[in-house]
Structure formats: C-alpha cells, structure tokens
Write a protein that binds this ligand. Structure first.
Ligand SMILES: Cc1ncc(COP(=O)(O)O)c(C=O)c1O
Length: 381
C-alpha cells in the first residue's frame, strides 16, 4: 500500500469538514501523492516513471511531481501545456497517445516534445513530417488476461505490424527507440506484464537496435479489496526482462492510478433516499455526483469505491446508488452489494474514497446543468 492512504483520507475528510466546499468536490493530499511516487520508484527501481496526466491533471499535483523529477505521459496539446505550465521540462514529456491529429503532433513538437508513441504507419508519416527526428516507440497489442478496466483492441498493433512500423519510422528519419505496451488499467496480476515483456522481446530482437521498453501503466489500487503489493509487480518485471533480453533495455512506465487514486477523497451530498415500493428490499440513494459528474469508471460497475459517512458504525442496510442526472444509465451500483447507514438522509455527505484517479478529469462540463466538481489540493503545513 503506497504511503498511508488511511491517514491521507482522514486528513482530507477533516479538511472537507472544516472548509465545507460546495459538493461534489475532490480533495487531493499532496503528501500522499509524493509518498506513492516514492513507493513506486522503490518498487520499480530500474524504471523511469512518466505520470499519466489523464489520471488527474490538477496543476498543484503536477507541480509536486515535477519537483520529484517525474516524467509525464501526455495525450493531447492540453495536457502538454498543463505540464509545461507546472514547470516540466519538455524533454520529460512523452506523447503516449497513439491517436493524434497532425496539428497535435506539430503543437507538441513546437513545445519541445521529442518522444512519441505510435501504433500505425499513417501516424508514423505524420510524426516524420511534423516532429522530424523525434524518438518513437511502437505500442503492441498484448495477449494477456484482461484488467479490471480493459482497453480491448483500441490501442497497439500486432507484433508483426510493429516491426513494419518501426522500420518505416527509421526509413523516414525518426529515431525508432523502442516498444510500448499497456496491459489495461487496474490490472491485478503481475503475470500480465510478464506476457507483455515476453511478447515485446520477440519484436525487439526482430527489429534490432532498440533501446527503450515502455511497460505502460495499469498498476492497481486497493479499492474495496486489497491488491498485491507494488514490489511484486517490480520483481515480476525485472525477472521477465532479465529472462527475455541479453542487454537490459531502458525501462519506462506510465503509472496513473497507482500514484493518485489513494490521495483523493470525493465528497458528495445525498440528494434523495427513497424506495420504489413498500416491499422494496433496497433503498435508492441518489448522490449529487454520478457517472457524468466524474464517476465514469462505475460504468459496468468496474471500479467499486469504498464509501464513508458520518453515520458509519450505526445500523445499515442494502442500497442502490445513483447519480443526479436525468439519464437512466446514471446508476453507480445496482449489482455490486453496497450497504449504507439507515440514518442516511438528504443533505448528509457520502465520501468516496480512493477517488483521486479518473474522476475530476472525467467530469462533464455541464450535463443537465450540473457544473463539474472542483479540486482542492492540500499540502503539509
Ligand atoms: C497510454 C497510457 N499510459 C498510461 C496510462 C495510465 O494507466 P493507469 O492509470 O492504469 O496506470 C493510460 C491510461 O489510460 C494510458 O492510456
């Protein structure tokens, strides 16, 4: 468990009690982010970390990671500009999104970004034209068991195509530096990285002359159940690399969730508690945040957050939890068993723990007129 997430959550809840910001809002504990970064660095000592900005782009959080020497995995001109504004050096930015417009590539290049991930010949042509001479890695599709929030086949290409992509990059004057893969977010098993490394090694040897292996993100966070400790992932990666490569590659990773999830508490307010009939076994609890306000990862109930209320410890009962919008899909949990205190009523707070990743960055700008949540970053006094 990186840092001390229980202490961080307590600090954040006390802050929210004191300051009473309008809900929904996200509070982020910067000391916990720093501790998670240091723990991940210790667990993956041979790996250069590029924080996946999409997980949480709060400027203060980016600034804290800049100060620790982190690199940044960026996915758009907007994320590039945020990192540069937070003080990042463009040489520490890696444009990891294989899906990018030619104008986005040109923007990145103008701002000094020289490291890109690709997975398609047409993107390589754009890179050669709009980011000449840049370092390029090709992302491969990995055949591994699925993560909790899998990417499917959207990113990466087959290993045989990766060979062609990297050769084309070289022919076009780019620096074909390596291979990348991402096992899917919130992956519970180190074996996925082992599969990725072994599959990458085969391409690596065929292409020849590569230097960098990017093992992506996906490192998990314990939400309602504990997950394996980060050093287990580090050991599995190191062992697989040692077995698969004669000369060790420069290892890069792009963690998002594992650095920031446990640093966040999202405070919501209960809008309504009701039953649908006199014989309903479950209360419906409607919060002022839902799928469209930032809890996008509750889709298919893939991520089940721990919840906390001021009534915890009192008698509870089963609930279905839903968001405030007029969309029928805006139900957070109806299959995943949740219990909330019977005393819970409109106006009470429900705190969503472990919510620092993929929440504020997913909030819609105003679906149904609900404004996006605010983010408050707390630092040590
Ligand atoms: C290219 C890339 N790198 C890194 C990440 C971060 O993944 P995680 O938050 O699971 O560590 C993502 C997540 O979507 C991604 O798309």
């Amino acid at each position: 468990m990186p840092g001390d997430p229980i202490a961080a959550a307590a600090r954040l809840r006390a802050y929210l009690d004191r300051r009473q910001p309008p809900t929904p809002c996200l509070a982020i504990d910067l000391p916990q982010v720093r501790a998670a970064y240091q723990d991940l660095t210790a667990a993956l000592p041979s790996v250069d970390l590029y924080y996946a900005v999409k997980a949480n782009p709060a400027p203060e959080l980016l600034g804290a990671l800049v100060a620790l020497g982190a690199g940044f995995d960026v996915a758009s001109p907007g994320e590039i500009d945020l990192c540069l504004a937070a003080g990042a050096d463009p040489s520490r930015l890696s444009y990891g999104n294989p899906i990018k417009k030619a104008s986005d590539i040109a923007h990145a290049y103008t701002k000094g970004v020289r490291r890109f991930t690709t997975d398609a010949l047409s993107d390589v042509e754009h890179l050669a034209r709009f980011a000449p001479g840049s370092a390029v890695s090709c992302r491969i599709l990995v055949d591994a068991p699925a993560s909790q929030t899998p990417f499917g086949r959207k990113f990466g290409c087959a290993p045989s195509m990766a060979v062609r992509v990297l050769r084309a990059a070289r022919d076009l004057g780019l620096d074909a530096e390596g291979l990348a893969f991402h096992v899917g977010s919130q992956h519970l098993s180190p074996s996925a990285w082992v599969a990725g490394i072994e599959q990458a090694a085969a391409v690596w040897h065929e292409v020849g002359g590569l230097r960098v292996l990017n093992v992506g993100g996906g490192f998990p966070t314990g939400y309602r159940s504990p997950v394996r400790a980060l050093p287990e992932f580090g050991r599995a990666i190191d062992d697989a690399v040692a077995r698969s490569f004669d000369e060790p590659p420069l290892l890069v990773a792009e963690p998002g969730r594992a650095l920031v999830a446990e640093a966040g508490v999202l405070r919501s307010e209960v809008v309504l508690v009701t039953c649908k009939s006199d014989v309903d076994t479950h209360r419906w609890v409607y919060l002022d945040i839902g799928r469209y306000g930032g809890l996008a990862e509750t889709e298919l109930e893939m991520i089940a957050y721990p919840l906390a209320t001021a009534h915890d410890g009192a008698e509870d009962g089963p609930v279905i939890i839903a968001g405030p919008t007029c969309d029928g899909d805006d139900v957070l949990y109806q299959r995943t068993p949740y219990r909330l205190p019977l005393a819970l009523a409109a106006g009470d707070h429900v705190d969503i723990l472990g919510a620092g990743a993929y929440t504020a960055s997913y909030a819609s700008v105003g679906f149904n007129g609900f404004p996006p949540m605010s983010t408050h970053c707390l630092d040590a006094d």
